[in-house]
Design a protein around this ligand. Structure first.
Ligand SMILES: *Cc1c(COP(=O)(O)O)cnc(C)c1O
Length: 450
């Protein structure tokens, strides 16, 4: 099932009003009467939908149900089992087998969330009291929850203006004798510059952890993301490329960290050796029912990842060169899997602000919203007040860090969040649909051009 915009000309189609149908079909007649290919550039400035013109994107494209026979098959098998725990569970085994097909990892530990996978990785890296971990301030807060629970200190670096990923030069500037690790967030499924970050990690003896939660199926220079850093973390939360509602996977090929993942995800127990608690850790286990759903979901991953990569790149192609707009910047040899698409507007290039620009896009039917998270993580009240544990932050009170989040500066990050526009991309969309979205962006950009 996919969203074919041409189906919007069916008056009986769900969700299409008679007025929308008439508007769409009359626009089609007009377009058909033009000579040559229906190039938007050749047309006179079209009237904005906001001002009563025809919508550039006539019909919404919902993601809809993301599960069916592969998940049902796994859940049926699950119901024949007497045991629903993950250890030696057949659903978990199959899930991990399928996981390894796209991310070849010697050690993998399923867990309860992406946040848990990151906490497990940070714990396995030996990060503790007062250690510093450099990461991105534009991410899910789950990236740093584990760092803070380990009584370590997140240090936020600035990001690339077009990639929205860690700027290796700024990361290097923030390295101190206390730095222990870098968490590279592949934001929106766009691979970080892993060569540069790995080189920094090697030079300064840091652990490189990949936060791949938004990057299922992404590739860095042809290699699956996750296989370059020392550990990699995935989320199976509902909004991610594949899901079981909530879940995560952490993996490693490194002999120093890999064997620790199971312990730090499973109350400190070593299930292979037995013999009590080998470490102190919480219960982050995933259960067999979750693994069953994920095993089914993973059969869909390559199609989901390749479709999103193709559609996102197509959008870039179609809006490239528009004055005042910067498309999502992806390295030509990488595969970005667009958890969402993010472009920026140069405020001085338009006669309107971002809110108005987005309002016009939404009126065109384009699935856009202004920005992503409201503020960089370190500007959230809990960071500004250093109040992580019942209003206090022991590591700071003990004098083991001088970190003051009220003084933390990441100027490019602030600009990205103020000028970025988010476009939903998903696997049910078609190239025609994306062409319409691009047309909406061009139409609005032209209308408000300064
Ligand atoms: C979703 C996400 C997380 C956290 O995953 P949960 O499963 O929600 O705990 C961490 N980092 C990034 C970049 C994410 O997108």
């Amino acid at each position: 099932m996919s969203c074919d915009p041409s189906s919007s000309s069916t008056p009986s189609g769900p969700g299409v009003s008679r007025r929308e149908f008439l508007a769409t079909s009359s626009a089609a007649v007009v377009a058909a009467n033009l000579d040559g290919p229906p190039s938007v550039a050749a047309q006179p400035a079209a009237k904005l939908a906001l001002e009563g013109g025809t919508k550039a994107v006539p019909k919404a494209c919902p993601l809809g149900l993301r599960w069916g026979p592969p998940e049902r098959e796994r859940l049926e098998a699950l119901l024949q089992q007497e045991n629903l725990t993950y250890w030696n569970g057949p659903q978990t085994k199959l899930m991990l087998e399928r996981f390894r097909e796209f991310c070849p990892m010697k050690y993998v530990q399923p867990c309860s969330s992406g946040t848990a996978s990151l906490h497990i990785a940070v714990a396995a890296a030996g990060i503790g009291l007062g250690d510093e971990v450099i990461t991105s301030p534009i991410t899910d807060i789950g990236t740093v929850i584990g760092v803070i629970y380990q009584q370590a200190v997140p240090v936020f670096a600035d990001l690339g203006a077009g990639t929205y990923n860690l700027d290796p030069a700024d990361v290097e500037r923030r390295i101190t004798p206390r730095t222990k690790a870098i968490i590279a967030v592949h934001l929106c499924g766009n691979p970080c510059d892993l060569h540069a970050l790995k080189a920094l990690a090697d030079k300064h003896k840091l652990v490189l952890i990949e936060d791949s939660c938004q990057a299922w199926g992404a590739k860095f220079r042809g290699q699956p993301i996750g296989t370059i850093g020392h550990m990699t973390c995935f989320s199976l939360q509902n909004t991610k490329h594949v899901t079981c509602g909530d879940g995560g996977i952490v993996g490693s090929n490194d002999e120093r960290f890999g064997p620790l993942l199971q312990k730090f995800g499973d109350k400190g127990m070593d299930r292979l050796k037995g013999g009590g608690f080998q470490a102190f850790a919480t219960n982050y286990r995933m259960s067999e029912p979750q693994a069953a759903v994920v095993a089914g979901q993973l059969t869909r991953l390559e199609a989901i990842a390749s479709t999103r990569a193709r559609l996102g790149n197509l959008l870039t192609e179609k809006i490239a060169g528009l004055p005042g707009l910067t498309p999502h910047q992806v390295h030509p040899e990488d595969r970005c899997v667009y958890w969402f698409y993010f472009f920026r507007m140069k405020p001085e290039a338009f006669r309107c602000d971002r809110a108005q620009f987005v309002k016009a896009l939404v009126a065109e039917g384009a699935p856009c919203t202004a920005g992503y998270i409201a503020v960089p993580l370190h500007r959230e009240p809990v960071f500004q007040q250093h109040g992580f544990f019942a209003g206090r932050w022991p590591v700071r009170e003990m004098g083991l860090t001088t970190m003051d989040f009220t003084k933390h500066q990441t100027p490019e990050v602030e600009a990205i969040l103020k000028t970025g526009i988010r476009v939903t991309i998903h696997e049910r969309m078609t190239e025609d649909y994306i062409a319409n979205v691009a047309e909406a962006i061009r139409k609005v950009a032209r209308h408000y051009a300064a």
